[in-house]
Design a protein around this ligand. Structure first.
Ligand code: ZN
Ligand code: ZN
Length: 265
């Protein structure tokens, strides 16, 4: 979905008391939390989110003496992105000397009350980052406030999420699956046995697999005496190598699976 921006007029932001320093581009974004208490009822009532962001701006201007809220943007539990200083403006929240390198995005969680960022907030932070990249010249870095500055911000929950790649909730990791775990094709659903001879594509694929494992067998799709003898030998060999199988000469589900999944010894 498209980013759900809350304009400064919509959250009734105060006017900045000075002019912004322009930023052409940044290396990326730093993620923040409030470092204080966030009312857990914000999750139920977005008006409380608006009040919280207004309170943060008041603190930054009246207590810190800043010209505006220090963040580039703030994100609440409702996946709404409040415009703070906005695109191409130097933030103040990253700490002295740290502001030209990264935009500052706040997740509206704290160290008490609402501590764990809800999934919609993580989506909102991702929305904000994509917006800053697309329109604000932000580079690919995603860091926490504590990277390069002495603070616990953005708290353990958001920081762990940042370190894990700041992925959208539910996203499939793009790491490749762990190597070295072969898996068998589905068991064909019937026993391969002799006598009488069983024949079919399932016999052929089992024979090919056994040949590939090094057994002296020419795949012909017919499970006859030779196939059965190799099956018995394979079953005994498996049992001897800690993968117990009945040596009945019948390819059932366990023997089928072992043909693919048992390491070649
Ligand atoms: Zn911070
Ligand atoms: Zn909200």
């Amino acid at each position: 979905m498209a980013i759900d921006l809350i304009t400064r007029a919509e959250w009734r932001a105060r006017r900045p008391t000075g002019s912004y320093t322009s930023l052409d581009r940044t290396r990326g974004v730093k993620v923040h939390y409030t470092g204080g208490r966030v009312d857990p009822r914000t999750v139920e009532d977005h008006d409380l989110c608006v009040a919280a962001v207004r309170g943060i701006q008041r603190g930054h201007m009246d207590s810190n003496g800043w010209m505006d809220i220090g963040y580039t943007a703030a994100v609440c539990a409702h996946r709404k992105v409040f415009v703070g200083r906005g695109l191409h403006h130097l933030p103040a929240a990253n700490g002295p000397g740290q502001n030209s390198g990264h935009y500052a995005v706040l997740g509206l969680v704290g160290n008490s009350g609402l501590i764990v960022p809800p999934a919609q907030m993580l989506h909102g932070i991702c929305d904000a980052i994509e917006w800053l990249r697309a329109e604000g010249g932000a580079g690919l870095e995603i860091k926490g406030h504590r990277d390069g500055y002495s603070t616990d911000c953005p708290g353990p929950e958001l920081y762990a999420w940042v370190r894990a790649g700041a992925r959208r909730p539910g996203a499939v990791p793009d790491d490749p699956p762990a190597p070295g775990k072969p898996s068998a094709p589905p068991f064909p659903g019937r026993l391969l046995s002799y006598p009488p001879m069983t024949t079919g594509a399932d016999v052929y694929s089992w024979q090919c697999q056994m040949r590939d494992r090094g057994w002296d067998l020419i795949p012909d799709a017919w499970y006859g005496e030779r196939s059965r003898d190799i099956c018995v030998a394979f079953q005994r060999d498996s049992t001897a190598h800690g993968w117990p199988l009945d040596d009945d000469g019948v390819v059932g589900p366990a023997t089928w699976r072992a043909a693919w999944e048992r390491p070649v010894s």
